[in-house]
Write a protein that binds this ligand. Structure first.
Ligand code: ZN
Length: 243
């Protein structure tokens, strides 16, 4: 019976290690995926912002060019003013000059707005780029960590899987079925030690009489509260020696 209990607890230790390895693996890939997504989104926003700046710059340049053309026209009209022969021609030219000047005023106003927008877009771009470099750094670190853990895990996992196979052949089908059933229902922990006279799984106090019997290691005892298999310190220590 003692060996039977030791084997069950050893299996539990091995499975707990494998669970832990699985947990580490499960967490980092998720993190790397999330960070990659964030980086991709930010890159997209950066390229959109760059396009926005280009478009604004283009519009501002166009307005600039239009202003130059208008200024040239004004110069031309002003020269023509000296050559006109009728009042009607003079008035027509004056109206042209007025209109061109109004357009220049409007364009000047627009250029100020474009420049303000360009500056804002450039500020946004700068903060996006800063954020991107921080995210990329974090992503690089997490990727490295994951690669390292995966490699370390690989060796450890193989080792524990090998140990598991070796211990499985020593456990009866009935014991294994019981173990798997409890393990599935109780968050991976089917066999637990006694901690301060309580169940190591749910911390329910174990009656003294039961503790005395349990320490004789002659029978499979389960916790009245959670149903996990309870083992004595002796079984715990012996199992740890094996693993
Ligand atoms: Zn319990």
């Amino acid at each position: 019976m003692e060996t039977r209990l030791i084997n069950l607890y050893t299996l539990q230790l091995i499975d707990s290690h494998l669970d832990e390895l699985e947990y580490f693996k499960g967490d980092l890939p998720q993190l790397v995926r999330e960070l990659t997504e964030k980086v991709d989104n930010l890159k997209k926003r950066i390229s959109e912002k760059e396009q926005e700046i280009k478009n604004l710059q283009l519009k501002s340049d166009e307005a600039d060019l239009e202003m130059i053309t208008l200024a040239e026209k004004i110069e031309k009209y002003k020269k023509q003013l000296f050559q006109v022969k009728t009042n009607k021609q003079y008035d027509a030219l004056t109206i042209e000059i007025d209109n061109a000047e109004k357009n220049i005023e409007e364009l000047t106003r627009q250029i100020v707005i474009y420049e303000g927008n360009i500056q804002n877009a450039k500020n946004d771009l700068e903060s996006f780029k800063k954020e991107l470099s921080e995210l990329e750094e974090e992503l690089g670190e997490k990727r490295e960590e994951l690669a390292k853990i995966s490699k370390e895990n690989e060796e450890e996992e193989l080792m524990y899987k090998h140990k598991r196979e070796k211990i499985l052949v020593k456990i009866s089908k009935a014991d294994l079925a019981l173990y798997e059933k409890i393990r599935k229902a109780k968050d991976g922990k089917a066999v637990v030690g006694i901690k301060k006279n309580s169940c190591g799984g749910c911390f329910n106090t174990v009656p003294i009489q039961k503790l005395v019997e349990l320490r004789q290691n002659k029978k499979i005892f389960t916790c009245e509260q959670c149903g996990r298999i309870l083992v004595s310190d002796f079984i715990v220590d012996e199992s740890k020696k094996i693993i």
